[in-house]
Structures are given as C-alpha cells and as structure tokens.
Design a protein around this ligand. Structure first.
Ligand code: COA
Length: 533
C-alpha cells in the first residue's frame, strides 16, 4: 500500500516535470537570442513587462501557456504560448485581465490559436467584470492564414467588438502600445478607453509605409506616419505619450488607480490551511488513469481545515457515491462540490443526487466546483430502464442553467456525456482547469478501438476479405494511440480546451483565485426550465 502511494507520487512528479519543460519552451521562444534582439531595440520581453505591471510581490495567474503546440500551420509547427500571454493579476489591488502580444513569436502576429486565446481572455474578463490591459506589439494577422483569422465571428474583428462592448459595460480597456500595430491591428490603440504610446517604439497605422508608397506614392517613415508623437499631438488617437516602457507601465497603473475597489459577492470566512498536506494528492491519485479514485481524500487536501459537509453521504451505497457532493471552503470562500468518486461511472442515483445538489447550491448562491474523473454514465438495460437518459439530462440541464459561478477541474477520465454533466467546455464553466491525469475524449482509446474495429470488420466482410487477427490487433493499437494522444492534456491545452494544466500543488491557489474572480459580479436568480424528474 505504502509502496503504491510512493509509486504514484514518483509518477506524478515526473509527469509534472514534463509539464514544466513544455511551459519553459512556451515562455522563452527563441531563447536568449530573442531577448537580446529585443534589448537592442530598447525593449524588454513581454514577461518582464507583465511582472512590472502587476502589484509587486503578487502572482500573475497565467492562462493557457501550452496553447499552440504542434498546430502544424503553414511555415510553423508550434506557436509557443499561442503567441500571446494572457492572465489575471492584481493592479492596484483589483483583479485585471492582461493580454500581451509576444513579439518573439512571428512578430506577435495572430494565428487561429492566438485569436482563440485572445477571445477566451476577453470572454473571461467580460463575464467576471475585469478591466483589461492590452500590451500591444503585433504584426497583425498571420498573413498566410488570413482566411482563417480575418473574416469570421471570433476572428480579428471580434477583438475590437469585445473592447467596445466591455467598455460600454464600464470595464476599462487600456492599451499600452510598445511596438507595431498595423492595419486592423491599429484598432487596439484607437478602440481603447485610454491608450499609452511609447516614443520611437510604438507605431499605429491603417497602412504601413510600404503600403502607403504602393497606394499613393507617398514616401514617409513609420515615425512620421503613426508614431507616438503623431497620435498624441496631431491625430489624437492616443492619450498618453511616454518615452520608455517603464514609464508607460507606470502610466497604465496610474490610469487604473482611479478605478473603484472590487467587491466579492459572497460570504468570506477566515481562511484555514488544509490539515492534509498537498503531497497526499500525489500519493492518492493512481498513476493508472482508469483506476478508481478516493475523491474524499483529494478534497481534504484542497479544502480549508480539510473539512467537507457531505450531502446525502449514505444514499444508495455503491451507486449513489460515484458522485460525492457537499460543501467545502477554499481560502474562506464557500464552494459547493460535485466530485466523481471511485471509477466515476455515473449511476441513476448519483445523477439524481448531483442534480439536487446543483439546484440547492443555486438556490443559496453557492458557487460550484466540478471535480471530473468520469468515463461516462452507466449503460445497459437496467440503467436505461431506470431512466439514466432522463436523469442524466436533468443533470445536464441543471449544470447548464445554474446561474452561480461554475468551475471544472479534471483529474481523470473525461468522456462522453459525463463531460456534459460534469460541466465540460460546452457548458461554459467560468474556468476549466486540467491536470496531468486528465484525459478528455468522446470515449477512451480502448472503447473507441472496439467500436471502430467492429465497423472496419463489417466493411471487410462485405468485401469478402475478413480481417486477420494480426490486422485487428494493429488496427486496435492504432486507434488506442490516436485516441489516447488526443485525450492527453498537452493535446487539449494546445487547442485551448482548458484554461490551464495545473500541477496538483497549484490547485488550491488557482481555485481560490478563480472563485474570487468569478464572484466579482452579483449572482443572478435561479431558473432551470423543464426538468423531467
Ligand atoms: N504575417 C506573417 N508573418 C509575419 C507578419 C505577418 N503579418 N509580420 C511579420 N511576420 C514574420 C516575419 O516574416 C518574420 O518571420 P521569420 O522570423 O520567419 O523571418 C517574423 O514574423 C518577424 O518579423 P520581423 O519583420 O523580422 O520583425 P520586426 O520586429 O523587425 O518587425 C513588424 C515587426 C510587425 C513591424 C514587421 O514584421 C511588419 O511590418 N510586418 C507586417 C505587418 C503588416 O503589414 N500586417 C498586416 C496585417 S493585417
């Protein structure tokens, strides 16, 4: 037993080293050379700017660092960090969304994944009521993929639509331009509530000097066409003139110092550290992803004082407790929990209990945490006849309509309709966090291999050439590899199917931040539509 726990721990620590390696690559595209190139232009790299922008000694909660890996776009395999740094940090004590182009990645141009990451950060900001700071330094659309980034909803134009709408809601949109902002990209400066430009570093124009020359024959420098001086003194397109990045950062902080302090719409109790150390998570969660988990122990390692008030703990033993429900506090904030337990297969009783609990938490305006480790709802005639379809649908309805903040954390299998009932991406959780133990796909590799093999076998039989055993085995393995690869947190994070892959030891801090941010707006009244019961 003790050996198994030590083996689990060694396994997860090693997995998280892989996570660190990948994150490092994302954070330092082009290595030292790229940083030196920027320094020669008198510029600090984007991460140094973000560090200076947030309150000293506070943490920057960076989102989606693994976005853009292995995307295989024209001329590039990876877009490190998606080409844009996004995350939440405190500026003058207020949580603020920061979006900062990384000019080391193809001049900060927008690939489809860059846009997706930008849109996601804006969506979080709009939903939670966060002011936004844009550190703009971008060559605009990644031109070889213009059709994939320019014309559609959620493409380039949506960045500015979102700025306009957020500003109309009273959310400040501040741009610090520290590099090129050309063509459509220029709007990042002009759409801002207030924009700061840096002399001889920042440029903003609808057409750059080469385009102007081609279109009108006029020969003009970037500085004279749309530099900081022009936009501050002549066009009026910018509001603050600075002579260095450091001065510009201070100016942004100064502008936001006029904002009212944020309020949390929740009771907040005194924080208490968990009594179970975080190491217990590493030891408790089996290295084998499809092995059952003891989720109560996991919850003890993240809850204040390791305390949970469990809901219906004695209901339908063996069938009702494949979901554990209850209330915990995380850094003083009350949180309702719906957590997969054991193998995580959701039986009728568990679906009913979860639905009840979601409705109760909605009634008393307690935000919800979904801890997902479920391969799906129980199948078979007994389950179907008992109404697993309708009770699963009730759970999905309650998840969809619950008006309280909802956060999903994936710590195991995440397949099929359990992805819906446990508040997967389509159910728009305020935040979706993953871990190295998460596996998100329509079904497991092994199940998919059997389904697809049966289809393949039928095709061969119709053709009169039945499959040999060796062919079947090879086919199975190919499907298992494909499905398991696509379910892996690296694959999902690259495509922004989660907001961050967390190390186990980061979970508590991140959940506390995410719930706090999600509670900055008042919670609405519950309304659920038609349950079937
Ligand atoms: N689309 C695709 N690739 C682009 C790009 C774009 N819009 N803008 C820059 N790049 C690429 C460059 O080809 C270069 O690739 P490489 O490293 O493989 O050689 C890389 O990004 C860095 O560009 P570079 O010009 O060396 O960087 P810089 O810091 O000297 O200049 C800009 C940055 C943004 C001022 C300059 O690249 C530029 O003017 N780009 C065109 C901007 C534009 O007209 N965009 C219109 C979009 S709507």
């Amino acid at each position: 037993m003790a050996d198994a726990r030590m083996e689990n721990r060694a396994f997860w620590e090693n997995e998280e080293l892989k996570l660190d390696e990948r994150a490092y690559y994302a954070m330092w595209p082009g290595g030292e050379k790229a940083v030196e190139r920027l320094a020669k232009q008198g510029k600090a790299h984007v991460r140094a700017l973000v560090d200076k922008l947030i309150d000293p000694g506070t943490e920057f909660f960076e989102l989606s660092r693994l976005a853009g890996f292995g995307m295989d776009y024209p001329d590039v395999d990876d877009v490190p960090c998606g080409g844009i740094v996004t995350g939440i940090g405190k500026i003058n004590g207020n949580w603020t969304m920061i979006l900062a182009n990384d000019s080391r990645v193809k001049a900060g141009t927008y690939f489809p994944i860059t846009l997706k990451k930008h849109m996601r950060a804006q969506a979080i900001a709009a939903r939670c009521g966060l002011n936004c700071v844009y550190i703009a330094d971008s060559g605009g659309a990644y031109l070889p993929m213009q059709a994939d980034v320019f014309p559609d909803d959620q493409h380039f134009g949506s960045m500015f639509y979102n700025m306009a709408r957020m500003s109309a809601q009273g959310l400040k949109q501040i741009t610090l331009s520290t590099g090129g902002n050309t063509a459509g990209g220029a709007y990042i400066v002009f759409m801002a509530c207030q924009s700061v430009m840096i002399d001889r570093l920042a440029y903003s124009f609808l057409g750059g000097p080469p385009l102007v020359k081609a279109a009108t024959g006029e020969i003009i420098s970037a500085e004279d066409l749309g530099g900081a001086r022009i936009h501050n003194q002549i066009s009026g397109g910018a509001d603050h003139f600075c002579t260095s990045q450091d001065e510009a950062i201070l100016k942004v902080r100064d502008i936001l110092s006029m904002e009212p302090p944020q309020k949390i719409h929740s009771a907040r109790f005194e924080e208490a550290a968990p009594r179970l150390p975080v190491d217990a998570i590493y030891e408790n969660l089996p290295a084998k992803v499809h092995q059952g988990i003891q989720v109560r122990e996991f919850l003890k390692a993240i809850a204040d004082d390791s305390r949970m008030l469990e809901y219906k703990p004695h209901y339908a033993p063996g069938r009702g407790d494949n979901i554990v429900a209850g209330k915990i506090r995380i850094k003083g904030l009350p949180v309702g929990v719906i957590a997969s337990n054991g193998l995580g297969i959701i039986f009728v009783e568990a679906a009913r209990k979860a639905t009840e609990w979601i409705v109760r938490c909605s009634q008393d305006k307690t935000p919800l945490l979904f801890v997902q480790s479920s391969p799906g709802y129980m199948v078979g005639s007994e389950s179907e006849h008992m109404g697993i379809g309708k009770y699963g649908a009730d759970m999905v309805r309650s998840v969809s309509c619950a008006q309280v903040p909802r956060i999903q954390l994936v710590i195991g299998p995440d397949n099929g309709a359990a992805n819906y009932g446990m508040c997967g991406r389509a159910y728009r959780p305020h935040f979706l966090f993953s871990t190295m133990r998460a596996r998100t796909s329509v079904m497991s590799g092994r199940s998919a291999a059997e389904v697809l093999l049966s289809i393949e076998e039928r095709k061969h039989q119709i053709k009169g050439s039945p499959m040999e055993e060796a062919d079947k085995q090879a086919f199975r393995q190919q499907m298992i590899d494909k499905y398991d690869g696509e379910a892996h947190p690296f694959f999902c994070a690259a495509r922004l199917l989660n907001d961050r892959v967390l190390k186990f030891r980061e979970i508590r801090d991140w959940l506390a931040m995410a719930f706090e941010v999600s509670l900055l707006k008042p919670i609405g009244e519950p309304a659920f539509g038609n349950f079937r019961f």
